[in-house]
Design a protein around this ligand. Structure first.
Ligand code: IFM
Length: 470
C-alpha cells in the first residue's frame, strides 16, 4: 500500500465523494432481455475498430453481478455512484416501444444503491446510441434530439422518484467530434460538417432533456463536459491563433451556448467552410441554455497546441476536424498508459479560468478523474497501484486548490469504479480502483480503492454532523 496519506486533503462539509462507470463499458449482456443493438455493438464488432477486436458483449458482466458491485461501493463508503443508462435497453429502436425488462434492471440497481445508502447519479447518454437511430441519421439529424427527449421521459417516469441527480450527456465532444469527425469512436464517420451538426443536435438533445426533467420535478440537473486546459506551444501569433481555434473546438462549442447564450465568437475562423449553420434554428439557443443546477467536468490531462501550416498534420490532434492545429507534448512528466501527461496543476487552472470566464457557471461536480496504469497482481493477490494513488492524491490536492480559490465544487467522482472496456483501446487500459479479471470476473480492490476509502472516512470524521447525500 502506498504511503500517500489522505488526511492532508480537506474538503468542505457536505462534499460528495463517488465513483463512476458507464453502461457499455461494464454491463455486458449485450443481447439479453430485449436490449437492442447500439452503435458501439456495431462498431466493436467491425474488424479493426477496437484494439484486439474487443467488444462490450460481456465486459464486467455488471448486468448480472451488480449486487457484488454495489457491495463493493458500499464498503468503499461513497456518498454517490454515477452510472449510465443504455438507451437501447429501454427503447431497442431508440423510439417508440419500451422494453420493460431494461427498465427493471435499472430499477433493481437503483434500489440496491439506495438500500446501501448510496445516492444514484444517472447519466442518460454515455455514447451508446441505439443503432436504429444511427441508421436514420444518428446525431447528424435533428430528430435524434427529439427522440432523446422521449427516452428521457420514459426513464424519469420510472426512476424519478428515487434518482436525485441527472446528467443529460457525457462528453458530447466525443459523441460528435470523435465519433463523426475523427472516426475513432462509433459510429466511425470521418466528416467535418456532419460532426458540427452532431455537436449542435447533442446540445439540443440536452436542452430538451432538461425541460423534460424539470417537468418531472428532478432535483438536480446538469451535463458532463470534458473541457480542456489548453496552452499554446509558443507566443508566436500563429500558435496563439491555433490556441483560439482549439479553444473553440474543445471548449467553446459547449460552454458558449450553455453558459453565455451564444455560439462561439471564433467559429468562422475555426471552421472555415465546414460550418454551414443549416442545422441551427431560431430559438435553439434558448432551449440549449436553460439554467442548470450543476455542470459535470471530466478531467484527465492538459493539451498544448501549435499551428499546423500543413493541414493534414491535423490528424495528429485528437480530432480530424481540419482546423490547422496540431497537438504537441512539451510535458516532461510521467505519462499514463493512455499516453496522457500527468499535470495536476492544469486541473486547478482549468477550474479557476472557467469560473472567471462564466459568471453564470453553475456549481461544479467532477464527474470523472482517474488514470490508466499498468497494474500487476502481486503474489499475495493484491494490486499495489502506487502511481494511481499518487495521481488521485495530486489531482484531489489540485481540486482543493480550486475550491480554495473560490470555485464552487460540490463533489468528486473517481473514474472508474471497475476496470472496464476502454472504447477503441479495449481492455488493455485499466482505469479501475477495483481490478477485474476478465477470465473469471473476479473483483479485487486495489490499493487506490483502500486509499480512497480512507479519504472518504477521514472526511466523514472531520465533518461528523454534516448531512451527507443519503
Ligand atoms: O473511459 C472514458 C469514459 O467513458 C469517458 N471519459 C474518459 C474515460 C477515459 O478515457
Amino acid at each position: 500500500m502506498s504511503s500517500a496519506s489522505p488526511a492532508s486533503l480537506v474538503f468542505p462539509p457536505g462534499f460528495t465523494f463517488g465513483t463512476a462507470t458507464a453502461s457499455y463499458q461494464i454491463e455486458g449482456a449485450y443481447d439479453e432481455d430485449g436490449r437492442g443493438p447500439s452503435i458501439w455493438d456495431t462498431f466493436s464488432h467491425t474488424p479493426g475498430r477496437t484494439e484486439g477486436g474487443a467488444t462490450g458483449d460481456v465486459a464486467c458482466d455488471h448486468y448480472h453481478r451488480y449486487p457484488e458491485d454495489v457491495e463493493l461501493l458500499s464498503r468503499l463508503g461513497v456518498d454517490s455512484y454515477r452510472y449510465s443508462i443504455a438507451w437501447s435497453r429501454i427503447q431497442p429502436q431508440g423510439t417508440g416501444a419500451v422494453n420493460e425488462k431494461g427498465l427493471d434492471f435499472y430499477d433493481r440497481l437503483t434500489d440496491s444503491l439506495l438500500a446501501a445508502g448510496i445516492s444514484p447519479a444517472v447519466t442518460l447518454y454515455h455514447w451508446d446510441l441505439p443503432q436504429a437511430l444511427e441508421d436514420r441519421g444518428g446525431w447528424r439529424v435533428r430528430e435524434t434530439a427529439e427522440h432523446f427527449a422521449e427516452y428521457t421521459r420514459v426513464v424519469v417516469d420510472r426512476l424519478g422518484d428515487r434518482v436525485g441527480r441527472w446528467i443529460t450527456l457525457n462528453e458530447p465532444f466525443c459523441s460528435s467530434f470523435v465519433g463523426y469527425a475523427e472516426g475513432r469512436h462509433a459510429p466511425g464517420v470521418r466528416a467535418g460538417t456532419p460532426a458540427l451538426a452532431a455537436a449542435h443536435h447533442l446540445l439540443l438533445a440536452h436542452g430538451h432533456a432538461v425541460q423534460v426533467l424539470r417537468e418531472a420535478g428532478a432535483r438536480e440537473v446538469g451535463i458532463t463536459l470534458n473541457l480542456d486546459r489548453i496552452e499554446a506551444a509558443s507566443s508566436s501569433p500563429a500558435d496563439q491563433a491555433a490556441l483560439r481555434r482549439a479553444e473553440t473546438l474543445h471548449n467553446e462549442v459547449w460552454t458558449e451556448p450553455l453558459f453565455a447564450g451564444r455560439y462561439p465568437t471564433g467559429e468562422a475562423e475555426t471552421w472555415g467552410t465546414l460550418a454551414d449553420g443549416s442545422y441551427r434554428r431560431d430559438g435553439d439557443l434558448d432551449i440549449i441554455g436553460a439554467p442548470l443546477d450543476f455542470v459535470g467536468l471530466n478531467f484527465y490531462r492538459p493539451l498544448t497546441v501549435a499551428d499546423a501550416p500543413h493541414r493534414e498534420a491535423d490528424l495528429s490532434l485528437r480530432t480530424a476536424m481540419d482546423i490547422g492545429v496540431v497537438e504537441t507534448d512539451p510535458y516532461g512528466t510521467r505519462h499514463t498508459t493512455m499516453g496522457w501527461p500527468v499535470v495536476p496543476e492544469a486541473f486547478t487552472d482549468l477550474l479557476v479560468d472557467l469560473d472567471k470566464r462564466y459568471p453564470n457557471l453553475p456549481p461544479v461536480y467532477i464527474t470523472e478523474n482517474g488514470s490508466a496504469e499498468a497494474d500487476t497482481v502481486s503474489a499475495d493477490g493484491s494490486v499495489h497501484d502506487a502511481d494511481r494513488v499518487t495521481y488521485l492524491q495530486d489531482h484531489l490536492r489540485a481540486l482543493v486548490g480550486a475550491i480554495d480559490a473560490g470555485v464552487d465544487v460540490r463533489g468528486y467522482y473517481c473514474w472508474s469504479m471497475l476496470d472496464n472496456f476502454e472504447w477503441a483501446r479495449g481492455y488493455g487500459q485499466r482505469f479501475g480502483i477495483v481490478r477485474v479479471d476478465y477470465d473469471t470476473q473476479e473483483r479485487t480492490p486495489k490499493d487506490s480503492y483502500h486509499w480512497f476509502r480512507e479519504l472518504i472516512a477521514a472526511h466523514r470524521a472531520a465533518h461528523p454532523a454534516t448531512e451527507q447525500e443519503h
